[in-house]
Design a protein around this ligand. Structure first.
Ligand SMILES: CC(C)(COP(=O)(O)OP(=O)(O)OC[C@H]1O[C@@H](n2cnc3c(N)ncnc32)[C@H](O)[C@@H]1OP(=O)(O)O)[C@@H](O)C(=O)NCCC(=O)NCCS
Length: 260
């Protein structure tokens, strides 16, 4: 079993994703991140779809492309299956509520108001991050080597991030761009306010080899020190990040293999 203990900075490398033990517990100082393959058989998809609530099934039906529909069903179904392992509640009995920006959480009666989670999906993979009693956000992105990184960074990144990105050799810019993007999204998802937080008003690290960190948040200098960022490497062509409040914890990375 791989346990990564945090002091200030940390990375979950590509070989960190393991099978979980049968009796899984989440201690107060732990963060668990699950890697979920969104590629499922038709029967696996049906099984997961049956665990969704009526409103989730309605949302799934609204997706225009079957690929998006199945991505939603598998990631929501996996989320329910994973949460049920910790809470010992049937996946289909779990109930979510949403903040005004759409962030889902368990209704208090079911979580005891302690279990917090967040989910992200991209291409054929999802990441689900869990912890207790503290805000958490996760993001995953595929690295697109042909993406117009500098143009998009100009619009969304801070002046500091733009200068770091432009200083890198061209072949390193796509990975640095998506690394930066996931760190910023993980933070805004942990806060729960999504893109209503201007992305260019805070700085994260992005240079290759530089530990994941929130450096500065405009208009609130103390805010950056309240948060930890963790770098996740879910596959050779994807990057991810977790943002979590506080800084005293252990990280476990698990692979979800379709089990309930
Ligand atoms: C949250 C947000 C940054 C996610 O962007 P993304 O990179 O496209 O998507 P990801 O795959 O990383 O994350 C999506 C998941 O995050 C979760 N999520 C949704 N809104 C969230 C929020 N405000 N904060 C944290 N997590 C959120 C959901 O589980 C969602 O998955 P699901 O819809 O399949 O259940 C973006 O959708 C956003 O800013 N939303 C806010 C919209 C808003 O302000 N709405 C106001 C009411 S109209």
């Amino acid at each position: 079993m791989s346990i990564i203990t945090k002091h200030k900075y940390m990375t979950a490398a590509i070989d960190s994703w393991n099978s979980p033990p049968q009796n899984l517990t989440l201690d107060i100082n732990e963060i668990h991140v699950w890697r979920v393959s969104l590629t499922q058989t038709e029967s696996g998809l049906q099984t997961l779809a049956q665990t969704l609530s009526t409103d989730e099934q309605t949302k799934a039906e609204r997706f225009h492309f079957p690929k998006d529909r199945s991505q939603f069903i598998v990631s929501r179904g996996a989320l329910r299956a994973i949460l049920s392992r910790y809470l010992h509640i049937n996946p289909s009995h779990l109930r979510f509520e949403y903040n005004p920006y759409g962030k889902p959480s368990l209704i208090i009666a079911q979580s005891g108001n302690t279990l917090r989670f967040n989910l992200s999906h991209s291409r054929r993979m999802a990441l689900i991050a869990l912890t207790k009693n503290r805000d958490i956000g996760v993001d995953i992105e595929g690295i697109n080597p042909n993406f117009p990184c500098l143009d998009i960074a100009e619009r969304f990144f801070s002046p500091l991030e733009n200068s770091v990105l432009r200083s890198l050799p061209e072949h390193l810019q796509p990975t640095a761009f998506f690394t930066c993007w996931t760190r910023k999204e993980a933070y805004i998802k942990a806060v729960g306010k999504g893109l209503s937080i201007p992305l260019n008003q805070f700085d994260v690290t992005l240079a290759p080899g530089e530990p994941a960190a929130l450096l500065n948040i405009e208009q609130n200098p103390e805010e950056a020190s309240r948060w930890s960022l963790i770098e996740l490497i879910p596959s050779s062509d994807m990057v991810g990040a977790v943002a979590v409040a506080g800084d005293c914890w252990k990280l476990h990375c698990w692979e979800w293999k379709g089990e309930f």
